[in-house]
Design a binder for this molecule. Structure first.
Ligand code: MIC
Ligand code: SF4
Length: 646
C-alpha cells in the first residue's frame, strides 16, 4: 500500500470515517464545491428537496459555462434559477461569460491542500494547484453542500515520476496523451495519479492543470501535483499569495505503481478518433488534410496557451482550407489578451472568436462537415460528440493545433520553421472579480416553466421481473447514454430529456430505446441495461442515471461500471451489478427476460446475486452477478435512491 503521498496527507486532514484500506470506502470532509449549469440545476433542485437552508461548505460556487446558446428560453430560464437559488442558499455565482468553471476556479478559488468536489468530471483540474479535486454526480455535490462527507474508495496511488524538461513545441497536453497511451481509459478505477520528480518544477500551474484535467480520461478518482514554488508564484500573480500552502509527498513516499516520463523525450501527440487513449505521434499523421481547428475547453484555454497561439499567429494567416476558432477559458484570459493586443493578432490571422465557455466541446455549435477531420485542443473525442454523426475528431495541444491551422494539414509543430514563442508567466494576472455575485438578497427563487422537479424513484420491489431493453458493447460513455449538444437545454426537464436516452443507437422505423423502455415499464416490469467493459465512462452527468430511471430501468449489468456513473446509479436507486462469469454476457440478447427473485433479501444477505434469464424460446438459465456495494449503498438502493433516505 502506498505511503507518505500527498493524497494520503489530504485524506488524513479531512478524514471523517471509513477504512484506510485500498478499495474500501473512506469518508472525507469537503471544503469547497462547484457546479456548472448543465448539471447544476438538478443539484440545486436536489439541495432544495433536502430542505437545506444554507450551504455548509467553506465555499460553494455555481458557474454558468456549458449551456450558452440560448436557442429558445430554456437556457436563460436555467441561468435565472441558478442565480436566484445561489443567492438564497449561500452560493457564489459566476454568470455566463465569466468562463469555464475549472479554469475560473483554478485562477480565483483553488487552494492547495483543500478538498473540492464538483458536478463535472473535469473537476480534477484543481489537482494542478495541489487540491484534492474530484468529479461527482449532482446529488453527491448537493449532499456535500448540505454538510455531508463524501465517500471515495481509499485510493491506490500511481506515482508518475517526471524528469527532464519539455522541449520547444512539446506541451503539457502531450504529457497526458503519453500517459493515456500507457494507462488507457480502462482499468484505473479507484486509483489516484500523483506527480513527483525533478521535472515537476519545470511546469507552471496552468500546464499542470492541463495534465490533471485530462487525467479524468484515465478514469482515476483524481490527479495531483505538489504545491511548490511554482504554485506560490501562480497564486501571488493572481493576488492570492495568502492561499498558498506547501504540500509535497515524503522523500521516501511509496506508490502502488511508478511510471517514469522523461519530459525531454515527450513529442507532439494526438488522440485519434474516437477515444482519448487512441494516441499516435503527430509525425505519424503528417500530411492528413484537416477542415477545422478549434482551440479552447477546460484543458487548453489558459492565458499561457492562448498567448503562445497569438505569438505564433502574429503576422501570419491561417490556411484557406480550414475554419479556425478559439474559445478563451475565462473572462480573465480574454480581457488580458484584449488589453495586451494579442487578441488582435489572433483575429488578424483569421480566427473566429467564440464565447468564453465550453461551446463546441459539448457539441454547442461548430459541428464539422461530413467526412471532415476536426482538430481540437479538448479532452474528449467520443463518437458524435461534435454533433456530427461519423465525426473524425483529433485531440492535440495548442502548439500542434496552431501548426495545423497554419498549414491545413497535420504538421509536427517542430517542423513549422517558426521560433517557439517564449511565453513569460505573468507576474500579475489581470484580476477583476466584479462579475461574481455574492449570496444574499430577498431569497426569492425564480422558477420558469421549464424548471422541473428531480424525479424520485420508488423503493426496490421484493423481486425484480425484468426485461433486457438494450445490450451494448465496451466503453459506452455517458455521451452515448445521454447526448448533450442540442439536447442540453432540456437538462432541467426530465420527461423531455428522457426521450433521447441512447439516441445514438436508434434505427429509422424502429422504436427508440425510450419507447421500448416505457413499454416495459408500463407493463409493470423493470427495464434492464446490459453493458460490457467500462460502462458509463466520461461525464459526471447524473441524467445518465435519472433518465433511464424515469423510463423504468432498475438494473444495469456489465463487466465493469465506471466510478462516477456507478455512484449516480446508486443515488437514483438503480442496481449496478457485474457478471460473475464474463462469458454470461454472450448468453443475453435484447428482449430476453432477466429476473432477480427475492432481490431485496439477496442484497441484504450479501454475496452474489442470482438472476434468471429466460430466452425468447422459453429456455431458462441461471446467471450470477457480483457487486462491491457497501451496506450504506445497499440501503440507498433498497430505499429507491438517496432522496428517499433521511
Ligand atoms: C463533459 O465534458 O462531458 C461535461 C459536459 O462537462 C460533463 C458534465 C455534463 O454532462 O454536464 C462532465 O464532464 O461531467
Ligand atoms: Fe466544458 Fe468540455 Fe470541460 Fe466538459 S470537458 S467542462 S464540456 S470544456
Amino acid at each position: 500500500m502506498a505511503k507518505g503521498t500527498i493524497v494520503q496527507k489530504i485524506i488524513e486532514a479531512h478524514f471523517t470515517g471509513g477504512e484506510r484500506v485500498p478499495g474500501k470506502p473512506v469518508m472525507i470532509r469537503i471544503d469547497q464545491t462547484l457546479t456548472q449549469d448543465a448539471t447544476g440545476t438538478m443539484a440545486y433542485l436536489e439541495l432544495e428537496a433536502m430542505q437545506t437552508q444554507q450551504v455548509k461548505t467553506r465555499l460553494s460556487m455555481s458557474y454558468v459555462d456549458h449551456n450558452m446558446m440560448q436557442n429558445g428560453p430554456e437556457n436563460r430560464n436555467d441561468h435565472l434559477y441558478l442565480q436566484s437559488v445561489a443567492a438564497a442558499k449561500g452560493v457564489r455565482f459566476s454568470p455566463p461569460g465569466n468562463g469555464i468553471c475549472h479554469q475560473v476556479h483554478l485562477e480565483r478559488f483553488g487552494v492547495p491542500g483543500m478538498t473540492l468536489i464538483g458536478s463535472d468530471s473535469h473537476t480534477p483540474t484543481g489537482g494542478g494547484i495541489g487540491m484534492m479535486a474530484i468529479g461527482a454526480g449532482g446529488l453527491d455535490v448537493a449532499l456535500a453542500m448540505a454538510g455531508q462527507p463524501f465517500h471515495i474508495p481509499y485510493p491506490k496511488v500511481v506515482g508518475v515520476k517526471l524528469t527532464g524538461e519539455l522541449q520547444p513545441w512539446c506541451a503539457a497536453k502531450d504529457v497526458i496523451l503519453t500517459l493515456l497511451s500507457i494507462l488507457t481509459t480502462k482499468g484505473n478505477v479507484g486509483s489516484v495519479v500523483e506527480y513527483f520528480g525533478d521535472g515537476v518544477a519545470t511546469l507552471s500551474v496552468p500546464q499542470r492543470a492541463t495534465i490533471t484535467n485530462m487525467g479524468a480520461e484515465l478514469g482515476v478518482t483524481t490527479s495531483l501535483f505538489p504545491s511548490d514554488d511554482s504554485t506560490r508564484r501562480f497564486l501571488a500573480a493572481q493576488g492570492r499569495v495568502g492561499d498558498f500552502n506547501p504540500l509535497t509527498a515524503d522523500a521516501d513516499a511509496e506508490y502502488d505503481r511508478v511510471i517514469e516520463i522523461d519530459l525531454a523525450k515527450v513529442v507532439p501527440m494526438a488522440a485519434c478518433p474516437s477515444s482519448p487513449d487512441n494516441v499516435k505521434r503527430i509525425s505519424e499523421l503528417a500530411g492528413l488534410k484537416v477542415g477545422q481547428v478549434i482551440i479552447g475547453s477546460c484543458t487548453n484555454s489558459s492565458y499561457r496557451d492562448l498567448a503562445m497561439v497569438a505569438m505564433t499567429l502574429k503576422g501570419r494567416r491561417i490556411a484557406p482550407s480550414v475554419t479556425f476558432a478559439i474559445a478563451p477559458g475565462s473572462r480573465q484570459v480574454l480581457e488580458m489578451l484584449s488589453r495586451n493586443g494579442m487578441l488582435a493578432d489572433i483575429i488578424g490571422a483569421g480566427a473566429r472568436i467564440l464565447e468564453t465557455g465550453c461551446g463546441p466541446c459539448i457539441g454547442q455549435g461548430q459541428s464539422p462537415a461530413n467526412d471532415t477531420v476536426s482538430v481540437r485542443t479538448f479532452n474528449r473525442n467520443f463518437a458524435g460528440r461534435t454533433g456530427t454523426k461519423g465525426d473524425q475528431a483529433y485531440l492535440v495541444s495548442p502548439e500542434s493545433a496552431v501548426a495545423v491551422a497554419l498549414t491545413g494539414c497535420f504538421t509536427d509543430p517542430r517542423e513549422l520553421g517558426v521560433a517557439y514563442p517564449d511565453v513569460a508567466e505573468p507576474e500579475h494576472f489581470l484580476v477583476n472579480d466584479n462579475m461574481f455575485q455574492l449570496p444574499g438578497g430577498d431569497g426569492e427563487i425564480i422558477r420558469k416553466p421549464t424548471i422541473g422537479q428531480p424525479p424520485v424513484n420508488t423503493p426496490m420491489p421484493e423481486s425484480i421481473d425484468g426485461e433486457v431493453v438494450i445490450k451494448v458493447g465496451d466503453k459506452i460513455t455517458t455521451d452515448h447514454i445521454m447526448p448533450a449538444g442540442v439536447h442540453l437545454k432540456h437538462r432541467s426537464n426530465i420527461p423531455v430529456y428522457a426521450k433521447v436516452v441512447f439516441e445514438c443507437f436508434s434505427e429509422p422505423g424502429k422504436p427508440s430505446f425510450a419507447e421500448r423502455a416505457a413499454a416495459v415499464r408500463d407493463s409493470g416490469r423493470c427495464g434492464v441495461i446490459v453493458g460490457r467493459d467500462s460502462y458509463g465512462q466520461g461525464s459526471s452527468r447524473e441524467h445518465a442515471a435519472i433518465c433511464p430511471m424515469y423510463l423504468g430501468v432498475r438494473v444495469v449489468v456489465a463487466l465493469a461500471i465506471e466510478r462516477i456513473h456507478m455512484a449516480n446509479l446508486v443515488n437514483f436507486g438503480i442496481l449496478p451489478l457485474a457478471f460473475a462469469d464474463a462469458a454470461d454476457y454472450d448468453r443475453i440478447a435484447e428482449g430476453d427476460a432477466l429476473s432477480f427473485p427475492a432481490v431485496r433479501e439477496q442484497l441484504e444477505k450479501g454475496g452474489t446475486v442470482r438472476g434468471e434469464l429466460r430466452k425468447k424460446d422459453g429456455s431458462t438459465v441461471e446467471i450470477n452477478f457480483t457487486h462491491k456495494l457497501s451496506p450504506s449503498e445497499i440501503k440507498i438502493i433498497l430505499a429507491g435512491g438517496r432522496l428517499n433516505v433521511r
